[in-house]
Design a protein around this ligand. Structure first.
Ligand code: FAD
Ligand code: NAD
Length: 474
């Protein structure tokens, strides 16, 4: 017999699992299907983010940061240690334990919220019918009043440079190396290249990042990108811009990469090569021929502004559709769709979705960059504040970076915030709130910020817009 649900969610990443829980909380009879098998052989809901993305990368960034600081910064505090060593296997095991705790937590949340979970592959056919090929081997049929597709994304493979999961690897491989490669090549100076490049560089790899574009981190504000590039160079991350990778081949436990860069054609040899040139929507096994759901030319699930696909009652969210590939975007998109299904208001403003890169220093931004405002012909005013003039940053040994704010020249509404520095990931939240409420830089300037905190740099940048900064020239 076909089991009936109000909502069937395919995929339990941050898009799908959050939507499923929220739907059940709003009283919808909800099923969620996910096929991920964890390292322990059990179901591991949580998608890319929890299993092979956000969380494991942050666990390794944290471990590697401690190792790096012990060697390079603690001496300033008068702290030294002999025979410092680290063990990659222990770091990976710690990371795996955190992943297991969190994916297990989602299974518990599903139970607590009465979401019916199916471990297997869900395939959508006509008339909102979903066949589930369960990992257990049983096939079952479900039918939903509404369907939510949240199948996520996988790493893009460069034609001719196939992943072999040993020498030529994606994010999954780079989060599970069994030792520190002496030479790590990375294709792509994007978010993954910088975060995972930092992990292995801190642990001792000589990391070379090959980026096709001439500008470093072109999506970020140019001042932020420039400052970050300077810090990464100090950390000996070798970032080669304007570099085209023409081929890569594996022989004798090494990867030989042919590049076309500023010195013409050249061969580089690495022990491992991480390919991090973006991600593509994953739809394998998701749609039966009669599903009526259409894909875009880029292979994403085509949706309108309310995440409705070309098939009535079928919605799609997260990395499977247009927009930034970020966990919080995926989750909030799911919440918005579910709210609308339940007759409530669903809201998501792409302009106020924060971006964070968890390197050292961290990079975070929200809203428009200065170059975007110029391109759009918007009149703006700017203010900034360096962490080198912030007492808490100096006390914490993190003087690198700055806060830069951009506000409308006539209304003073905050249009963009760009932070490079320690805890930028947390500091950006205040700017997101201000922008969501259409607040002004004067609002930020009038708010009391605790002393001594890094957030005083946000306050001073806002004051600087009005030429009233206290701890820097105006
Ligand atoms: P996914 O997380 O990819 O989940 C989709 C799920 O659906 C998967 O479990 C998949 O197996 C399952 N699935 C697919 N098809 C089917 C099917 N037919 N049947 C059953 N199950 C199916 N974002 C951030 O915001 N912050 C970060 O710090 C961050 N770090 C990242 C680090 C790395 C290394 C990577 C790779 C990504 C990172 N991201 C980060 C991006 C983030 O992981 C994604 O944006 C997010 O996971 C997207 O969520 P999703 O639910 O749309 O897709
Ligand atoms: P990305 O889009 O961030 O960066 C890819 C980089 O590769 C770009 O700079 C691009 O110009 C470059 N590139 C593309 N083709 C190339 C080629 N053939 N040769 C050399 N360079 C090439 O992609 P990513 O780093 O793979 O990450 C994928 C997505 O995952 C991100 O866009 C982001 O949405 C998400 N992510 C987010 C976080 C975070 O929020 N902290 C962390 C990791 C991943």
């Amino acid at each position: 017999m076909t089991e009936q649900f109000d909502l069937i969610v395919i995929g339990a990443g941050p898009a799908g699992y959050v939507a499923a829980i929220h739907a059940a909380q709003l009283g919808l009879k909800t099923a969620c299907i996910d096929k991920t098998v964890g390292k322990d052989g059990k179901a591991a809901p949580g998608g890319t983010c929890l299993n092979v993305g956000c969380i494991p990368s942050k666990a390794l960034l944290d471990s590697s940061k401690h190792y790096d600081h012990l060697q390079h910064t603690y001496a300033d505090h008068g702290i030294s240690a002999d025979n410092v060593s680290m063990d990659v296997a222990t770091m990976i095991a710690r990371k795996d334990k955190i992943v297991k705790q969190l994916t297990g937590g989602i299974s518990q949340l599903f139970k607590a919220n009465k979401v019916t979970f199916f471990h297997g592959t869900g395939t959508l056919g006509a008339d909102h019918c979903v066949s589930v090929t369960q990992i257990s081997g049983d096939n079952i049929e479900l039918q939903g009043k509404n369907i939510l597709l949240a199948s996520g994304s996988v790493a893009i493979e460069i034609p001719g440079i196939a992943f072999d999961d040993t020498h030529i690897i994606d994010n999954i491989g780079a989060l599970n190396l069994d030792g520190v490669p002496e030479r790590l090549g990375v294709i792509g100076a994007g978010v993954i290249g910088l975060e995972l490049g930092s992990v292995w560089s801190r642990l001792g790899s000589k990391v070379t990042i090959l980026e096709a574009l001439p500008d470093f981190l072109g999506v970020a504000d140019k001042d932020v990108a420039k400052l970050a590039a300077r810090e990464f160079r100090k950390q000996k991350l070798d970032i080669q811009l304007n570099t085209l990778v023409k081929s890569a081949s594996v022989a004798e436990n090494q990867v030989v990469v042919t590049i076309e860069g500023k010195n013409g054609e050249q061969e580089l040899t690495f022990d491992r090569l991480l390919v991090a040139v973006g991600r593509r929507t994953y739809t394998e096994g998701l749609l039966a021929d009669d599903s009526e759901v259409k894909l875009t030319e880029r292979g994403q699930i085509a949706v309108d502004e309310n995440c409705l696909t070309s098939s009535a009652g079928v919605y799609a969210i997260g990395d499977a559709v247009r927009g930034p590939m970020l966990a919080h975007k995926a989750s909030e998109e799911g919440v918005a769709v579910v709210n609308r299904l339940a007759g409530k208001h669903g809201h998501l403003d792409f302009n106020t979705i924060p971006w964070v890169i968890y390197t050292e220093p961290e990079i975070a931004w929200v809203g428009k960059t200065e170059q975007q405002l110029k391109e759009e012909g918007v009149e703006y005013k700017g203010g900034s504040f360096p962490f080198a003039a912030n007492g808490r940053a100096l006390a914490g040994g993190a003087p690198a970076g700055m806060v830069k704010l951009l506000a409308d020249a006539s209304t003073d509404e905050l249009l963009g915030a760009h932070i490079v520095g320690a805890n930028a990931s947390e500091l950006i939240a205040e700017c997101v709130v201000t922008m969501e409420f259409h607040g002004s830089s004067e609002d930020l300037a009038l708010i009391v910020h605790a002393h001594p905190t890094l957030s005083e740099a946000v306050h001073e940048a806002a004051l600087h817009i009005h030429k009233h900064a206290i701890h820097r020239p105006n």
